[in-house]
Design a protein around this ligand. Structure first.
Ligand SMILES: *Cc1c(COP(=O)(O)O)cnc(C)c1O
Length: 405
């Protein structure tokens, strides 16, 4: 299918609305993506035609819902190239998946064990590990980053020893757009016997990962960053970890047998899926993956790289504008500030012109501390954005600068 931007934009009803009298220019895709009609239709179809609880019912609706939910799990398995469908665990999202793993490791880690995270993690990748360290006496170590916003791999190598049990990094930083060399990071973790967990929340809309090839132990992501609904995501875990980690929550669905003396747990993935899940969300996640694959990740990447290149060039024409995250390997996120102007003020003025950007620390305060800034303005582009929208952003930022300086 040729990449037809107008046809793609027509799939997203929200893109034709106006904000403050101007056509919406949605550049907050790193926070959440918009949803195509195909995904919206899937949600309406579920609630209109076959809403029922899954796995337990013998009636037709329950079987239809169960089938659709499990078909979605298979789609996700195929997309991420997991070996088995039961290695895909439905979660409420990335944060939930990380907490599930952290909780499991609270029974595995011992005092003095080490966990490595990177300097450019989202708060949801820092706080659960800090809580885990408090509980177990394990020690958190951090891979530093350099001025251009890339991880310093030589420093990572120095941190590695047989005390390290878990290495955790995001594939792409949501605040900077840096693409981290995860294959290398995973391989080095395995050399010292540590497990590797990758946060794909920011990368999954840009890059299709091959989990078996990466040989990663755990991988988490959220559907809402890749055109699916909020409140649903996946945790991939290798079968051996699935068998080793204890369940996170007790309840229905996760048991094999319950008596008051003893409960035995269900096998994968149900062991980690207590309670009625977000059934519709899981099914719609499958629809979102179908949608993205129909466009094709190669075409998506090519278009987004054009947007990134053009936006970077145009923004840098503005005097006093500095971009954070200038590494060689990056995706379509541009985080910037203008000398002497607070990012919040820029965000507020461009919103008056219909442009949605994010301002603040982007849930990554350590990065802001590194650069000694309160935050940035972040424009993050998706495949449905256009070069004309980049122009609108640049003009609006120029206008904001004029008004504020
Ligand atoms: C969005 C994001 C998260 C958190 O995802 P939730 O859906 O809020 O759980 C974690 N890490 C990165 C890199 C993100 O971009």
């Amino acid at each position: 299918m040729p990449f037809n931007i107008q046809k793609i934009r027509n799939d997203f009803p929200i893109l034709s609305r106006k904000v403050n009298g101007y056509p919406l220019v949605y550049l907050d895709n790193a926070a959440t993506s918009q949803k195509p009609q195909q995904v919206i239709d899937c949600i309406v179809d579920y609630y209109s035609n076959y809403n029922a609880n899954i796995h337990r019912g013998v009636h037709t609706l329950s079987q239809e819902a169960t089938d659709a939910y499990e078909v979605a799990r298979h789609k996700i398995q195929t997309h991420f190239n997991a070996k088995e469908a039961y290695e895909i665990i439905f979660t409420a999202g990335t944060t939930h998946g990380i907490n599930l793993v952290a909780n499991g490791f609270s029974e595995i880690l011992e005092k003095g064990d080490e966990i490595i995270v990177s300097a450019m993690e989202h708060h949801s990748n820092i706080v659960p590990w800090q809580m885990l360290c408090e509980k177990t006496g394990a020690i958190l170590k951090v891979i530093p980053m350099n001025e251009e916003g890339s991880l310093v791999i030589e420093e990572y190598e120095k941190l590695l020893s047989n005390k390290v049990k878990l290495v955790f990094v995001n594939h792409i930083s949501n605040a900077l757009g840096t693409i981290n060399p995860i294959a290398e990071i995973i391989e080095k973790a395995h050399k010292v016997g540590a497990a590797a967990l990758i946060d794909g929340a920011q990368s999954c809309s840009h890059i299709k990962p091959d989990l078996q090839k990466l040989d990663v132990d755990f991988y988490v992501t959220s559907a809402h960053k890749m055109c699916g609904p909020t409140g649903v995501g996946i945790l991939y875990m290798k079968e051996k970890w699935g068998n080793r980690l204890p369940p996170y929550q007790g309840g229905g669905e996760m048991i094999a047998e319950v008596t008051f003396e003893k409960t035995t747990y269900a096998g994968l993935p149900h062991k980690f899926e207590a309670g009625t899940p977000n059934i519709c969300g899981g099914i719609a996640f499958g629809a979102a993956i179908d949608y993205l694959n129909a466009i094709g990740f190669e075409a998506i990447e090519k278009h987004e790289n054009e947007l990134l290149k053009y936006a970077t060039e145009q923004l840098l024409e503005i005097e006093g504008l500095k971009i954070y995250g200038t590494g060689p390997d990056k995706t379509s996120v541009v985080s910037f500030n203008i000398e002497g102007i607070h990012p919040y003020d820029i965000g507020t003025i461009v919103d008056k012109l219909g442009i949605a950007v994010r301002t603040g620390h982007h849930c990554a305060q350590p990065i802001m501390d590194f650069y000694k800034i309160p935050g940035t303005v972040r424009a993050s582009f998706a495949f449905y954005n256009t070069l004309e929208e980049v122009d609108a952003l640049v003009n609006a930022v120029k206008k904001a600068k004029m008004m504020l300086s």
